[in-house]
Design a protein around this ligand. Structure first.
Ligand code: 5GP
Ligand code: ZN
Length: 117
């Protein structure tokens, strides 16, 4: 599986940097954001190093489907499903991407405004 030794999330995936995990399986892991922007703020990443959603191809379809299914399950587990929650992925610096390893932000536990800034 593709890996970048200089990538922060590859290092979290490998356990070299500690994280508070809420889900782990063969394809994806989920852990709490170190700087939460909502009462519940969880990051979901593929174990494979993919720079962003812009790099996805049809070959990634099983992983992407699973990533969203896990996000929905984590939202249920965290008790934020009924009130509603947001799933976001930033692509590129102008959109706020700071870590170049595909991740979904799962955010909930407070009212969300639209559009995001
Ligand atoms: P981005 O800005 O790329 O969309 O999201 C990156 C996220 O990673 C940010 O919300 C940031 O708070 C989070 N983050 C950065 N460094 C770490 C870390 O070392 N551990 C964890 N758990 N989250 C991190
Ligand atoms: Zn990576």
């Amino acid at each position: 599986m593709a890996r970048d030794p200089d990538c922060l999330f590859c290092r979290i995936e490998a356990g070299e940097i500690p994280s508070t995990q809420v889900h782990s399986d063969d394809l994806v892991i989920a852990f709490r954001d170190i700087s939460p922007r909502a009462p519940t703020h969880i990051l979901l990443i593929p174990r494979e190093h993919i720079r962003s959603a812009a790099e996805l191809t049809d070959s990634h379809a099983p992983m992407v489907g699973h990533l969203f299914a896990v996000a929905a399950q984590v939202a249920r587990d965290q008790g934020i499903e009924d009130a509603g929650y947001r799933i976001v992925t930033n692509i590129g610096r102008g959109a706020g991407q700071t870590v170049d390893h595909l991740h979904l932000h799962l955010m909930g536990g407070r009212p969300m405004t639209w559009p995001p800034g």
